[in-house]
Design a protein around this ligand. Structure first.
Ligand SMILES: CCCC/C=C\CC(=O)SCCNC(=O)CCNC(=O)[C@H](O)C(C)(C)COP(=O)(O)OP(=O)(O)OC[C@H]1O[C@@H](n2cnc3c(N)ncnc32)[C@H](O)[C@@H]1OP(=O)(O)O
Length: 278
């Protein structure tokens, strides 16, 4: 068992009593149920840079090794689950860092989408672009009211690649995927529920976690091996398509980001985010 499962320094009366905290990803494992709450912790918006992506990927790998019974992905921010890739890493990017960013995102998706245990997203706030991809890579999504979720890549001038599309197609009807992706549409919580982009609405963060726990508990009678083999049958094709075309997928991303019109848009977009406060 890895350290966070072994540690017994925190009183057992707490529901989630084994824990480890890295700067970027906090993990708490419920010793009774084996369910892990994994909290993204990169203020202010959990922007995904290489370190954040790698930190989360490592945690999922460790949970896999330790036969975790279920994952609840959450965020330490008050009203944001994750604002997607760190825009400052893709605007005027260092080329090597850009490649590392996408490679880390590919690696994380392969682990999360293919996880051999039930995975859930406790969406305590906005889940935009890469943040929505994280949510879609889980088996179940619960969101608080008045938040937004969606893939706005086409608005940014980039096209989501095959594995991102596959993650959305796994959840939504073909028609809804077309409308969502071609319009780069961001949905409010209630609209997201209507089309099936999320599964449930919860009143607050605690309730998102409770509902995710309830969802994971439904698998208590399911054999782990049967679960993971079935998931592999269901999702394996999309994963192997990426693993056999990682270089092509990376090149597509790098070329898209380096496109001068995308860079121009990102400049304005970043300015507009900053000027919201003024
Ligand atoms: C082949 C291509 C596939 C590509 C796949 C994925 C691509 C991506 O993920 S690109 C990222 C796209 N993300 C977005 O468009 C989200 C942008 N952000 C927002 O819409 C809002 O910030 C959000 C709704 C998440 C939260 O709104 P607020 O609560 O009002 O916060 P602020 O907007 O004031 O943001 C606070 C602070 O954070 C900065 N910020 C926001 N998002 C990002 C980001 N993704 N990366 C880096 N930084 C981000 C924002 O500029 C503010 O900065 P300061 O002004 O310096 O405080």
């Amino acid at each position: 068992m890895i350290s966070f499962l072994m540690r017994r320094t925190i009183p057992r009366c707490r529901a989630y009593s084994s824990q480890t905290t890295s700067e970027l990803t906090k993990v708490e494992v419920n010793e009774k149920t084996g369910v892990a709450v994994v909290t993204l912790n990169r203020p202010p918006v959990n922007g995904l840079n290489v370190a954040a992506l790698r930190s989360l990927e490592k945690v999922i790998g460790d949970l896999e090794t330790n036969k975790c019974k279920g994952l609840i992905l959450s965020s330490s921010s008050k009203n944001i689950f994750c604002a997607g890739l760190d825009l400052t890493e893709i605007y005027k990017p260092d080329q090597e860092k850009l490649k590392s960013l996408w490679t880390a995102f590919q690696d994380l998706w392969i682990k999360l989408y293919g996880a051999s245990f039930p995975t859930t997203a406790a969406l305590n706030g906005h889940a935009i672009a890469g943040g929505c991809v994280l949510a879609l890579s889980c088996d179940y999504r619960v969101m608080v009211p008045n938040s937004s979720i969606g893939l706005n890549e086409t608005e940014l001038g980039i096209s989501p690649t095959a594995w991102i599309i596959a993650s959305m197609q796994n959840v939504l009807s073909k028609r809804s995927v077309e409308l969502a992706l071609l319009q780069g549409r961001i949905y409010k919580t209630n609209q997201a529920l209507e089309i099936g982009l999320i599964d449930e609405i919860a009143n607050d963060k605690d309730e998102t976690i409770k509902k995710c726990e309830e969802f994971i508990a439904k698998y208590s009678r399911v054999q782990s091996l049967a679960f993971s083999l079935t998931k592999r049958e269901l999702r394996g094709k999309a994963i192997s398509e990426l693993t056999s075309n990682r270089q092509g997928d990376l090149q597509f991303f790098v070329d898209s980001i380096n496109n001068p019109s995308v860079q121009k848009f990102l400049e304005k977009y970043l300015q507009s985010l900053k000027s919201k406060k003024n």
